[in-house]
Unconditional design. Structure first.
Length: 86
């Protein structure tokens, strides 16, 4: 990708034409499983919640994930913030 970006930037300068570059850098999609009774779960500050790869209905204490390699890929033990996707 670096070579392509360099060529685009070079042509942009040569032609005196600004060019925007958009890259799709998406990694694995990590999704939660279904929630008990389909109800949302409200997380509170300093609350501990477990994440499992077992196919269970999620609650305020535990939620499932579709990402089976989560435990292998995650090195952090304590998560400080989870952002809601817009």
């Amino acid at each position: 990708h670096g070579e392509v970006i360099s060529r685009i930037r070079s042509l942009s300068r040569e032609l005196a034409q600004p060019v925007a570059i958009l890259l799709d850098l998406q990694g694995p999609k990590i999704r939660t499983g279904r929630l008990k009774d389909g109800k949302p779960v409200l997380l509170r500050k300093n609350q501990t919640i477990r994440i499992t790869t077992k196919n269970i209905p999620g609650t305020g204490d535990i939620v499932s994930t579709t990402y089976k390699k989560l435990a292998e890929d995650v090195k952090i033990i304590k998560i400080h913030r989870i952002a809601k996707e817009d």
